[in-house]
Design a protein around this ligand. Sequence first.
Ligand code: MUC
Ligand code: MG
Length: 382
Amino acid sequence: ASLPRLPIERIEAIPARIPTIRPHHLAFATVAAMDVVIVKVTAGGVVGFGEAATIGGPRWGEESPEGIAAIVTQYLAEPMLGQDAAQLNAAEARIGRAVRGNAFAKSALSMALHDAVARARGLSLAALLGGAQAESLPIAWTLASGDTGRDIEEGEAMLAARRHRDFKVKIGAHAPEDDIAHVAALARAFAGRATLRVDVNQAWDEATAARALPALAEAGVAMAEQPVAGWNLAAMARLQRANPRLSIMGDEGIATPQDALRHAMEGACMAMALKPAKHGGVAGTRAVAAIARAAGLGLYGGTMLEGTIGTLGALQLYATLGDFAWGTELFGPLLLRDSLATAAPEYRDFAIHLPRGPGIGTDLDADKLAHYRTDRPRTLHT
Ligand code: MUC
Ligand code: MG
């Protein structure tokens, strides 16, 4: 007998803001709270959840929480209502045709549809996607307190708790020589106990990167994420060729499969950061991962610092993709002060562990969402 249809009955997008445990300093912004959009899809009476997160509004990428919510409710809901969620390939293609760009919004809807279908079938999302190849994935932490001493203390605490031993250092906001001194101090503090990577978030031009990358490699950094602008593939390729000891990782520059293909063909990086939000959901993430693999590039399970819902969705998907040369950074829930989910991801022994249970592996906490949502009607007073 064929499986029952799951007609899409309802699509909601609710923006919320959750404070972080400390200010998170990136090259382009310092964030003290994360803006997320929770997407809720009802299909065949089953509810599925997805999440889109932005770092400092439309600053990491082009999408804002307000824009994401509007794209989902104004432009994606109409063509998707009444469609069969169970036809996931057709649903993803329809989402792709309905709106140009807006990958974050599409990704939240894609995840919510997959979650609903997995739940309806009594499967985990990983099982729906053909099964996990790993029960846990290595988990990095980002040191970005803005202070060398505090970063060292934080890293020590992570090592002592056996939570993280791969640290990504956010640089690019200060003079390159200050950033190099900062990273070198961390490298000395953690020598032989943790790996160090840096993320420049596009802050340098090619000349600055050409001077700084060899010094970072000398200090013991093994990977440098997006040292120059995402569009500057020629510079990425020259920098990678000149610094073979470092894996240069493409992040902001790699959203579509075409971006991934160009990076691979031009030798613009030795590693690629996956993020469902960049790739517009499940199908796009698999496409980019396949290109990285075909080109022999190292995979990284990236994050947009989503809370538990987005993090578990990404984990379920990543677990089906095979080896991650650079592990993952699915630590968003640990950076947030509170959660919109009923379950918490399991972080143990330097890894994040795949949850049991249907769908992404958690339910939405409706009370918490009611508390943190930012779309309550507001009254203006003089
Ligand atoms: C980014 O650019 O990789 C991921 C971890 C983190 O601290 O920031 C993000 C975004
Ligand atoms: Mg990055």
